[in-house]
Design a protein around this ligand. Structure first.
Ligand code: Q9C
Ligand code: ZN
Length: 350
């Protein structure tokens, strides 16, 4: 499968995040990418740099003021103090209920709070360059699928599915899966489905498409009663307005078995078939892995091959976008197992 790889990913290289009030090394590590590339090459998958720009689709998915903030954030942070060159900025104040989010304050940290859902998403000097290239890879993977009918994989970090229309969070800045889905729409696909299999609910993707009937979003994830992002991902979120009935959340208790996970997967794929999309985007997080350090499902390496095979059995034009997965040395094998499982179906049914 052709993979569009983000060769600028390492420019996003934060060193620490906050965990229970303490500084800890980042879980979303630069090496995650290297393991995926290694596994892609070992399994004969071809790689390409981005061939399309996300410039136009970005503003269809994110608000202009958020894009302006993100693209200029580092230069303005540095302008405050040259010592900031080696300081990761974090928000410390947020416009929660009753506070105004329509005014952008002049204060940089207050702006960061306006455009963040958490204090868990460190930014560094090269973050914009890395995430913009990741968006270009997502647009490229979608253009490849739309123009050739061939499946693609978007190999990028940081991930994207927690990033909403106008905010970052959960290690995410630009929503690559949403960029891919919108690019497929722009290429003429009337209906696009997104299946999010990351352990965490794809709150950003859900919110971007919540009032739309042309993009169906379904997610299997740890219940927000105990798991990040906590404030979205319940089963009663079914879409709104024109989007009512086009959002399906399948939250599972932390500790859910592999069998329970595949039961939910079956429910999600049946709903996708009912929707009858012209293309399918998989938000491919492998933090459902039993050894993942921050997640609580139990999938093992062979289960990812099975997942890929089942996705292929839907017989839809499909692309994959890398999301989470923090058992660093297993991320490559687990991701590539999904792609190999997908291709094993295609070749056995050719
Ligand atoms: N310090 C994705 O998998 N923080 N994001 C967890 C551990 C949020 C994960 C706390 C985890 C977000 C794309
Ligand atoms: Zn995740």
């Amino acid at each position: 499968m052709l993979s569009f790889v983000n060769h600028l990913h390492a420019q996003h290289c934060p060193t620490y995040e906050f965990y229970r009030g303490e500084k800890v090394p980042c879980f979303e590590k630069v090496e995650r990418y290297d393991y995926v590339i290694e596994a892609l090459k070992a399994n004969g998958h071809e790689v390409s740099f981005a061939t399309s720009s996300a410039n136009e689709v970005l503003a269809q998915v994110h608000s202009q003021r958020y894009l302006d903030f993100l693209s200029s954030a580092w230069s303005r942070w540095l302008a405050l103090d040259t010592a900031n060159a080696s300081v990761q900025p974090f928000p410390s104040v947020w416009p929660i209920r009753s506070l105004r989010d329509d005014k952008e304050p002049d204060n940089f940290i207050a702006q960061l709070g306006l455009y963040s859902m958490d204090n868990g998403t460190p930014m560094v000097e090269g973050t914009w360059q890395a995430v913009k290239q990741g968006a270009d890879c997502a647009a490229s993977g979608a253009s490849h699928l739309a123009t050739t009918g061939q499946a693609s994989f978007v190999c990028s970090r940081p991930p994207g599915h927690h990033a909403g229309p106008d905010f970052m969070g959960g290690y995410c800045f630009l929503n690559n899966a949403a960029i891919a889905a919108q690019t497929l729409r722009n290429h003429g696909a009337a209906k696009v489905a997104i299946l999010d299999v990351d352990f965490h609910h794809g709150n950003g993707t859900q919110s971007i498409f919540y009032e739309r009937s042309d993009v169906f979003f379904t997610s299997i994830h740890g219940s927000p009663t105990s798991e990040f992002p906590f404030y979205l991902g319940y089963a009663d979120e079914i879409g709104q307005g024109a989007g009512k009935g086009f959002n399906l959340n399948l939250p599972l208790a932390a500790g859910a078995s592999v069998e329970t996970w595949f039961d939910a997967f079956n429910t999600a794929t049946q709903a996708i078939q009912q929707f009858a999309p012209e293309a399918l985007v998989i938000s491919l997080g492998v933090d459902t892995f039993i050894k993942d350090p921050i997640s609580k499902f139990a999938l093992d390496t062979p289960d990812y091959f099975k997942m890929g095979h089942l996705i292929a059995s839907l017989k839809l034009p499909t692309m994959f976008v890398l999301e989470g997965g923090y058992a660093v040395d297993a991320v490559g094998e687990n991701v590539v197992n999904v792609l190999n499982g997908f291709e094993s179906f295609v070749s056995s049914n050719a």
